[in-house]
Design a protein around this ligand. Structure first.
Ligand SMILES: NC(=O)c1ccc[n+]([C@@H]2O[C@H](COP(=O)([O-])OP(=O)(O)OC[C@H]3O[C@@H](n4cnc5c(N)ncnc54)[C@H](OP(=O)(O)O)[C@@H]3O)[C@@H](O)[C@H]2O)c1
Length: 255
């Protein structure tokens, strides 16, 4: 397929590499910042543009990988007739594209993507949708050329999954950040926690996370909790988080 990529950030870059590897032809990259457009276009060996009036209209598919907040307004910026167009957002309805083209949909990567990660072996489940069976079928055929894991998910399910994705990925990574900062301040080596981090993630392949909980909060070990809180009085932000998480583990919401 002949593809135009709109956006030059993380998803645009990772998708661009995968699309190129799958032998599609990327004909143009658009970004509102010409330097960003040029940088990705150089890597993908295609044309670049910072003016939506000069979008190449000869593509088979347009992939819009820009910030969520800019998606609802894009119908004011350009139209592609009946050409297929998709966005890549988890929390935005596919219908933001209905005034941009007659044929539209979503290819949402359920994975954390960063353009500075060159690893193209990363497994990226693609959650796809289309506004018609024809659009869906073309999107599915295309998606299968860049990932072996492709599922049909509507707007509502995609939004629900996006919330869960933020919790397991973004929140977990933020907790790693807090722990790493704490280790630095306390002169201990965060790297020593790596096997523990990996084991925690591996266990939930085969077990429900709720059944795998260990630690002083799960054991209701008040003496240890108080020792920790004493030490954390030097780290007020982390102490707040520790208390909130401990309370949530000790008093879980009924399922
Ligand atoms: N990264 C992930 O892990 C991930 C995973 C799943 C889904 N997504 C979704 O994929 C989409 C892109 O995310 P990303 O991570 O690639 O973001 P990103 O790396 O921050 O890149 C955002 C892109 O949007 C452009 N942009 C920002 N504001 C804009 C505006 N007002 N008008 C037009 N373009 C604008 C930026 O252009 P400039 O370069 O000029 O700033 C940049 O090209 C989002 O919908 C996101 O929810 C991301």
């Amino acid at each position: 397929m002949r593809i135009v990529i709109i956006g030059a950030g993380n998803v645009a870059s990772v998708f661009g590499r995968l699309i190129k590897r799958a032998n599609h032809e990327i004909i143009q990259v658009y970004s509102r910042d010409i330097i960003h457009a040029q940088s990705l276009a150089n890597e993908l060996n295609c044309a670049f543009e910072d003016d939506l009036n000069r979008l190449d209209m000869s593509a088979d598919m347009y992939i819009v990988a820009i910030v969520d907040s800019a998606l609802p307004g894009i119908y004011e910026l350009f139209h592609v007739g009946d050409k297929l167009i998709v966005h890549t957002a988890g929390s935005v309805s596919k219908d933001v594209l209905k005034m941009v083209s007659l044929n539209y949909g979503v290819i949402y990567p359920l994975q954390s993507l960063r353009k500075d990660n060159p690893d193209l072996q990363l497994t990226i489940p693609l959650l796809i949708d289309g506004n018609s069976e024809a659009a869906f079928s073309t999107i599915k055929q295309f998606a299968l050329t860049i990932s072996p894991i492709v599922s049909r998910i509507d707007d509502e399910q995609r939004l629900k999954l996006h919330v869960a994705a933020v919790i397991v990925n973004n929140f977990t990574n933020y907790l790693y950040t807090l722990a790493a900062n704490y280790c630095k301040k306390e002169n201990i080596d965060f790297k020593m926690l790596q096997p523990l981090i990996e084991e925690t993630a591996l266990r939930i392949r085969d077990h429900a996370p709720g059944n795998m909980q260990t630690g002083p909060a799960a054991r209701k070990d008040i003496a240890t909790l108080n020792n920790h809180l004493l030490l954390l009085s030097k780290h007020p932000e982390l102490k707040k988080m520790y208390l909130r998480m401990t309370d949530s583990i000790m008093n879980p919401e009924p399922c």
